[in-house]
Design a protein around this ligand. Sequence first.
Ligand code: 5GP
Length: 339
Amino acid sequence: MDFFQKLPKIELHAHLNGSLSNSTLSELHVLKYGKEPATERDESFYKITAGQNLTLKECFQKFKYAHDLTDQPETLAYATRAVIRDFAVDNVIYLELRTTPKATYHMTKTQYLTTVLETIRQAQKDYPTVTVKLLPSIDRSKGLQEATENVSLVLEMHQLYPDIIKGMDLSGAPYGTKFSDFATILERAKVRGLKMALHCGEFPDDDEVWEMFQFGTDRIGHGTFIGGSNLKFAKTNRIPFECCLTSNVKCSTVKSYEDHHFKKLWKAKHEVCICTDDFGVFDTSLSDELRICSETYGLSTQDILQLQENTIEYTFASEAEKQQLTKLFDLFKNTLKDN
Ligand code: 5GP
């Protein structure tokens, strides 16, 4: 194992249905359809392969492949467990997973969320090296009625799983929607103490970014197009950016790794962390993302250690959990000194 693999890592931005590996997709296909998928079908429907030049809009189509496979409780539980296992194998010690509760032909939204939460609870016993939290998502493309229902459901479930549900995510294709319409709905969760991880500045719209800051997002999902006074505000108020390098390059929201906004954020000492977004769709891992980060922007081993240590502070974990993560991190640093 190399340094990046061995490094205890913190993942704060990972969508469940975007985080299915090739083998998990095949297994899900067998579970649902009783046979393996044709490889080309799997690749072209779900993965963004090297050299593909897609727009953000086209990237959103990719998730349909996974959504079809995880539309029943058995396959959803299987997928959730596999994602947690894959992060544990990559030596991720703390994971905040996101997913949008969906009503399908085979289950209600309550069943969807209960299945994910129960699987997380069980996986905590089977993969004790990784602590897992859930940030249920609101998918902007599904409209206000769905958002209202999902917040009510999340508040209900939060009472049953307060140790797992720590916040909410706002994501999905944003086209033709306004954040201000979702703000009052999300406010209901905010006042109940749930943290907010909003996709923010994923496309150029300074006014919307400002509205999200006024609302009070606790972290910034992507933040690709944040500049000027908004960038200053983020710095002053120490709002962490969740940077997903490969995701942004493959969705063409940034031209190349070299052009990624992480570079300027790191240089200007913003609060920033590295995440995978959808490691299945983008064919990456958190270890790979940190390696790319180190190689592209010249971060030393010390810098990478610092980056991960800072990330502990950006989690929605309790103070006791943060202390535990820091302890694990210190143990790892000691092993480096000994070698
Ligand atoms: P799920 O919520 O179904 O578990 O995960 C997949 C969903 O996450 C997608 O359908 C989409 O709504 C959301 N998602 C994944 N990656 C991105 C991203 O980069 N930007 C936005 N805005 N949403 C995303």
